[in-house]
Ligand binder design. Structure first.
Ligand code: GSH
Length: 211
């Protein structure tokens, strides 16, 4: 399978879950900062993906899956034994879906694009920062008595949350008021497969092409 990615992007979450699930991915670099967005050979990314953003997962049968939350569950369900997502149809799966949707809409989409585009202006960025702080307060509460977002077990929701928490310093959304999130982040960084994924996902196009 192939994952279209950018080292600074939310494609890190699927990279983490593929590593945790023991699924090998071919990483295809997309320059999402240039106009147009391009692949390593200079071709326009739009031709490969009309959404023009990462991540995009191409499965071995050629079918495409987009949207972080859906890609995460797709990968997790390929290897249920890894225990990265509760089984479909269970109450626990509904709880997972709530958290994935929360991270996607309340956190991820507050950072990207608002906090990464100074041209939207200080007022818009301050609004996004205040919103993110309120949302992190909910995450902080959820982590009371829990090692991972859903409880005792690491899940795809943790991989997605890692993306926004990892952006926090660069986007100036301080985590000082959230000790449980900071402790959770340290636990995430200590996971060997998270470390592997972060290393692999941080590679630029030249390194990927040479790998
Ligand atoms: N709704 C999408 C959002 C993906 C997204 O925001 N991707 C960003 C990187 S984190 C991107 O590629 N941005 C480039 C652009 O939108 O032009 C998802 O869940 O996958």
């Amino acid at each position: 399978m192939q994952l279209y990615y950018n080292p600074y992007g939310c494609s890190l979450a699927p990279a983490i879950i593929a590593a945790e699930a023991g699924i090998a991915l071919d990483f295809v670099h997309v320059d999402i900062f240039g106009t147009p967005h391009t692949l390593a050979d200079g071709t326009n990314y739009l031709a490969a993906n009309p959404r023009n953003y990462v991540p995009l997962l191409i499965r071995d049968d050629g079918t495409e899956i987009s949207e972080v939350a859906t890609i995460l569950k797709t990968l997790a369900d390929l290897n249920p034994a890894a225990g990265l997502a509760p089984a479909i149809g269970t109450e626990e799966r509904l709880v997972l879906d709530q958290w994935l949707n929360f991270i996607a809409t309340e956190l991820h989409k507050s950072y990207s694009p608002w906090l990464f585009h100074p041209e939207v202006g200080e007022a818009a960025q301050d609004y996004a920062k205040a919103l993110v702080a309120r949302r992190y307060a909910l995450v902080e509460k959820q982590l009371e008595g829990r090692s991972w977002l859903l409880g005792d077990d690491f899940s795809v929701a943790d991989a997605y949350l890692y993306v926004t928490v990892n952006w926090a310093a660069a986007a100036e959304t301080p985590l000082d008021a959230f000790p449980l999130i900071r402790a959770w982040f340290e636990r995430m960084k200590a996971r060997p497969r998270v470390r592997d994924a972060v290393r692999q996902h941080s590679r630029g196009p030249a390194v990927v092409a040479a790998a």
